[in-house]
Design a protein around this ligand. Sequence first.
Ligand SMILES: Cc1ncc(COP(=O)(O)O)c(C=O)c1O
Length: 510
Amino acid sequence: MFKQARWNEPLIFNLGKAGRVGYSLPKVEDTVKKAVGDLNTLIPENMQRKKAPKLPELSEPEVVRHYMRLSEMNYGVDSGFYPLGSCTMKYNPKINETLASLPTIGMIHPNQDGSTVQGILEILYRLEGWLAELTGTDEVCLQPAAGAHGEFLGALIIRAYHKFNGETDKRREMLIPDSAHGTNPASAAMAGFNVVVVPSDEDGCVDVEALKAAVSEKTAGLMLTNPNTLGVFEKNIEEIAKIIHEAGGLLYYDGANLNPLLCKVRPGDMGFDIVHINIHKTFSTPHGGGGPGAGPVGVTRELCKFLPVPRIVFDGERYRLDYDRPYSVGKIRGFYGNVAVLLKAYAYILSMGAEGLKEAAEVSVLNANYVMHKLKSVRGLTLPYNSEKPRKHECVFSAKQLKNDTGISALNIAKRLLDYGVHAPTIYFPLIVEEALMIEPTETFEKEELDRFVEAIHKICEEAYVNPETVLKAPSNTAVQRLDEVKASHPKTMTLSWRMYLKKQNATNP
Ligand SMILES: Cc1ncc(COP(=O)(O)O)c(C=O)c1O
């Protein structure tokens, strides 16, 4: 059983004493004055800070110990198993972090003259080419900062394509399967489309007959995840592509689940016109935790003209940024995206090579099917949507039976798993599975770790039948016990910064 460090650690604002310093630097005024002159005359009056900010005053060891203790109360992908479905929480090689933080990368500025940043432009240009090759598209834009941002760009490109063909007013409907991630309908709606939901069939795939009934001359496109969020490969993808294209629509690939397909099969070859990639899942940056990430978008030849500006172009000798694209949807992000994240992807692809990526994909599928097979015998859990069918990168179990029998829900299982030293899987998603437990082991955990997870699930579901109280009060061994879920996420009670905390305190005790 796992025991997490538990420190009674105050906020940093409640530590230290007035006058304590972490590090002594020469007086800024003197150094700056010598170099550039009097700051008071250099910085315009309205931009000068009159009062020093109220920062905590601590010695260096106090700061180090504070953050060390907080880290000991934390759990991350480097601590242990992290089967958060649809997030691909795999180990990210540390060498790629080191490369991304080299001063030659970290110290360059996007406003530098193009002649001084030829190296990074070459890296980004080559990465675009590799991602195009991996996805089977013709050109890739690296700018979007996340998967949802890539989806939004994809939806804007679909809109631009129909506008170019004089069909903006006609093609207002975006088709989206009921298994889709919530960002798909949100992105489509933000780009001005009406969302039409397509149901899944008994295998968990798009119901082709329902799709045929839903397409019309109003169809702008279909947004599809393959393998979908049940971990099931859409076996009818070629027929689906034909249906959408014959109706005059475009096919969008949500690449959040690209990991199990790398170097095996390419979305472009399946008939997709637009593809986004979650770099912060598949290519060496962790998902979750709020970023930064990157969601590059690849498109087929006829859609290249709609890609955001600037595009990196190479004239055979030099790289430059090209803004002269009259049909471009415009700018989607400041400068050229999250370059450090993109650099990690470059280093990852370079070090893995095609064979390494293919092996990663295969092992991710093997691991998911191993775990799925081992969990099929757990009392109270079922595997909806054709339990005989193999899955790709993840599998989605339902704890509905367990809840009916014992009152123990998917949420309770997730909480109890923390006591076993395992991060919880994603729960209650996809929405089409009641009491869903969405498990994605990834390729980076050994068999022993997978077995420990399987054993923990077996034990928890046994506990549910014989000793449900233990499960209901879990977690007991973690730094923070069960949170009030509503309070933790309600805008009225959520306190995200010290300033917010002080504001709320002042409002309650004026
Ligand atoms: C299937 C799917 N699509 C899209 C997204 C959105 O990606 P992001 O969180 O980078 O915006 C996710 C995120 O987990 C996802 O699982």
